[in-house]
Design a binder for this molecule. Structure first.
Ligand code: GLN
Length: 462
């Protein structure tokens, strides 16, 4: 059942939130042993919240937009008094001292948070294989990855365990797993969803983003979690989004080389989408995003640089796993050495190197310049078109283990998604089913134009 129906039934008394929650948890337990989407289910607090909703209903009080809707959250988003580990040994026993604004907004609309989902450690990765605790399997093919880093949240929706979930997207971590798992996923405009309570990886790019089984549900959850938050100085008020009439919309299709380097199945999904667009008599225009070919290297330098600084706090003293028996420096180095996996260490080393005196200009500063070029290229394109259509990923879901020893090929999963993150614009994955595996296409729009993305997808996918 979709989120709108659940909320509608709960609000009209046809369904008890407690009953829905109990069934959801039972369903998760039945299905998740094969998938591994959840790191933990929150039985007690979920049932408590559901009973509160039911008693509010009995008293005749008004229920929220997400009354009784089960939602899963990625394990890097804080939910007060619940465990949050970022899928890292270093935070194995960390209990959230407060609740993220996005989660609080869900609770305020009477959603039920049913558990935390698996991810790549500290959101670094594209397959969820970097989790310190377990792997997650793609519900469409259990030998394949669900994508990452928000693989657990995508798989939970795809397997029908929850209608909605939250992930986070720094360079593609909502859009890519959404494409691999055949669900909708949104990377909101930078600043449109509060980052308060999101464990920091690359603060200048990341956003909490939702997954849903259909576009209306995606729109609904975004309307709940977005908006200015005093606790995040980079968040902005939801602008009054005025979408141009869909008839007048122009869709841009980049002709640059990287947009041609995709697998046959993805190309088929992309072309089918273009046909659908043309059948709607929406005009399509070729555009160029020249600097986009530099976005993956620039993204990885900036993201790693920010990670090297953000993750400095996990020294075993203030936060995190603490190795035994050592003092001061040796304790720091041993705790960090044992607490972080090799991918996290690789990023910290890369970032520290890129920021160090003598290399700063060549790496970090150059990457920042590329970021401005990419932003300018998107800006130019959006003077000509309203939306840009690309594939979301160069291939469909790859096999478990296929890329674990080849970080570079893993990083290249982000060729279509890193640019929007550098530019800070919004983009969503819409699923397309062509062969045995799901594929996705990505619609990107300028800052704070999420509604345009929802409208166009609704029109084309109806
Ligand atoms: N795959 C990218 C990375 O590993 C994106 C991660 C993300 O968006 N959190 O950094």
């Amino acid at each position: 059942m979709n989120a709108r129906d659940i909320a509608g039934y709960v609000k009209s008394g046809k369904l008890l939130a407690a009953e829905t929650t109990k069934k959801t948890l039972e369903n998760i337990h039945a299905k998740d042993s094969e998938i591994g989407a959840f790191l933990e289910t929150f039985e007690e607090s979920a049932m408590r919240k559901a009973c509160q909703i039911d008693s509010k209903f009995k008293k005749g009080e008004k229920l929220g937009k997400l009354a009784g809707v089960p939602v899963a959250i990625k394990d890097n988003i804080l939910y007060g008094s619940h465990r949050m580990t970022c899928a890292s040994k270093t935070l194995k026993n960390y209990i959230s001292p407060y609740t993220a604004t996005a989660v609080q907004k869900l609770l305020d609309e009477d959603a039920v948070i049913v558990g935390r989902t698996n991810m790549d450690e500290f959101a670094m990765g594209s397959s969820t294989e970097n989790s310190a605790f377990q792997i997650t399997r793609n519900p469409y093919d259990k030998n394949r990855v669900p994508g990452g880093s928000s693989g657990g949240s995508a798989a939970a929706v795809a397997a029908g365990m929850v209608p909605l979930s939250l992930g986070s997207d720094t360079g593609g971590s909502v859009r890519q797993p959404a494409a691999f798992c055949g669900v909708y996923g949104l990377k909101p405009t930078y600043g449109s969803v509060s980052r308060y309570g999101l464990a920091a990886f690359a603060s200048s790019m990341e956003q909490i983003g939702p997954f849903a089984g259909d576009i209306e549900d995606l729109k609904l959850i975004f309307s709940v979690i977005s908006g200015r938050d005093e606790k995040d100085s980079t968040s902005l008020p939801a602008e009054k989004q005025v979408s141009p009439a869909l008839r007048q919309i122009k869709i841009g299709v980049p002709t640059d080389k990287i947009f041609q380097d995709v697998s046959g199945e993805i190309m088929k999904a992309f072309e089918e989408t273009l046909d659908k667009i043309k059948r709607e008599k929406i005009s399509v225009k070729e555009i160029s995003l020249e600097s986009i070919k530099f976005s993956v290297p620039a993204y990885y330098i900036i993201a790693s640089s920010e990670a090297s600084s953000n993750l400095a706090r996990y020294d075993g003293t203030r936060y995190g796993f603490e190795a035994e028996g050592k003092k001061a420096f040796s304790s720091y180095s041993q705790s960090r050495g044992e607490g972080f996996s090799s991918e996290v260490k690789r990023r910290i080393l890369l970032g520290t190197y890129a920021l160090s005196a003598g290399y700063y200009e060549e790496y970090y500063l150059t990457a920042k310049k590329v970021k401005h070029l990419v932003r300018a290229d998107f800006g130019k394109a959006f003077q000509e078109v309203d939306i840009i259509l690309t594939p979301t990923t160069p291939t469909a879901a790859f096999k478990l283990g296929e890329k674990t020893n080849d970080p570079l090929s893993m990083y290249l999963s982000d060729v279509f998604t890193a640019g929007q993150s550098l530019a800070g614009i919004c983009a969503l994955n819409a699923p397309v089913k062509t062969g045995n595996l799901p594929c996705g296409v990505q619609f990107s729009a300028s800052h704070f134009k999420e509604n345009l993305l929802f409208d166009i997808v609704k029109k084309i996918w109806r």
